[in-house]
Design a protein around this ligand. Structure first.
Ligand SMILES: Nc1ncnc2c1ncn2[C@@H]1O[C@H](COP(=O)(O)OP(=O)(O)OP(=O)(O)O)[C@@H](O)[C@H]1O
Ligand SMILES: [Mg+2]
Length: 345
């Protein structure tokens, strides 16, 4: 197939040849430093025999329109995580693909916008009977004036960020004064609304899903585990450091592993919850759900990632590997899911 891999890039003047050269360098040095996700995807697609064009979008959406017209791909692999460096605008690229009539992988703009708003998506999930933490949300300039009718501790986070931006130990607040202070800090620092949720104490689970409708495959569940001797209970959250800082992870004994034993009954309830959530949020082809499982077996959905990170050696690719998919097969599975969806339509 002729494929285009579309992604956001800070290198505005770069066309296909520059990305091609950069990709070659990064793939050659894979053992030293992992290549950008879009290059990993393009490499995998080539290994699976496709003709691939790299389309990096800087500030100019028209550039994408022109390149696609020229390349005329059978399918676009959407690897865009932002537009002009703004993650909240990631929906624009699939929006454009939609407008221009291209077939593409992954979530539609609606699902990207819906899941990006952690308050609205929780309301939709609750409507479908999924347990989500009680919450209150504040607009950008809204002050915390009254004590919310929620049980402290609360967890305060940016309403529409991801990658654990703004998530630190200080996200957990024990009283009204610290709530007001943290909300104001996040508003100021991130220039966006804020959500404060009831804190759910439990195991941290990530569930990756591939496919659509009745052909949904739920991959082995990943758990972020914390060494109990090196962390206090309130430290057992996926902060920015806990996710991305290798030295910190080492120090605190934090690892992402295939979830330790989960009873069959719990696993089945998790699958059911994820199937319902996937459908409720209009997710497509692939996604990752972040959940917490409390000691008494209750499942709480924290959020859905409509456009999850799919680099080699990270959660979703590791889950796929556990399910028997080599990295190249995993990327091909996403393509297959998209094709099957369009063929059925
Ligand atoms: N209500 C909550 N109770 C307990 N822990 C929470 C809660 N909300 C968030 N957390 C912790 O903070 C982490 C990040 O939260 P969340 O997934 O909502 O943010 P994110 O920045 O979108 O993350 P991602 O990197 O997955 O995009 C969670 O994985 C969890 O460890
Ligand atoms: Mg998350």
């Amino acid at each position: 197939m002729r494929l285009a891999v579309v992604f956001d890039t800070p290198y505005s003047g770069w066309g296909h040849p520059e990305h091609e050269a950069q990709m070659e360098r990064e793939v050659a040095a894979w053992k030293v430093d992992e290549p950008e996700m879009e290059y990993q995807v393009a490499h995998a697609l080539r290994e699976r025999g496709h003709q691939v064009r790299l389309l990096g979008v800087g500030n100019d959406l028209q550039y994408l329109v022109r390149c696609l017209e020229e390349w005329a791909p059978d399918l676009v692999f959407n690897g865009a995580e932002a537009f002009r460096g703004n993650a909240a605008l990631e929906y624009l690229l699939p929006g454009l693909l939609e407008a221009e009539g291209y077939r593409y992988t992954g979530a539609p703009p609606l699902a990207l916008q819906l899941t990006r708003n952690k308050a609205i998506s929780k309301k939709v999930l609750a409507y479908f009977g999924i347990q989500v933490p009680g919450f209150v949300s504040y607009r950008l300039h809204e002050k915390v004036q009254t004590e919310p009718d929620l049980k402290f501790p609360l967890f305060v986070k940016p309403l529409q960020a991801d990658g654990s931006a703004g998530i630190a130990q200080a996200s957990v607040v024990q009283d009204f004064a610290s709530l007001a202070e943290r909300v104001a800090f996040i508003q100021e620092r991130f220039g966006q609304g804020v959500i404060a949720e009831e804190f759910v104490d439990g195991r941290e689970l990530y569930v990756s899903v591939i496919g659509n409708d009745d052909a949904l495959e739920i991959l082995p569940i990943i758990e972020m585990v914390f060494d109990k001797r090196k962390t206090r209970p309130e430290e057992r959250i996926a902060t920015r450091f806990a996710k991305w800082d290798e030295a910190y992870r080492e120090r605190k004994g934090i690892r992402n592993v295939i979830a330790r034993p989960l009873s069959k009954a719990v696993r089945e309830r998790i699958w059911e919850t994820c199937r319902t959530a996937y459908r409720a949020l209009w997710l497509r082809d692939y996604a990752r759900l972040d959940l917490r499982l409390t000691p008494d077996g209750q499942i709480w959905v924290l959020e859905a990632n409509a456009n999850p990170f799919i680099s080699y050696g990270h959660d979703m690719a590791n889950a796929a590997a556990k399910a028997g998919m080599e990295y190249y097969d995993f990327i091909q599975r996403i393509v297959d899911a998209a094709i099957a969806r369009y063929d059925r339509a």
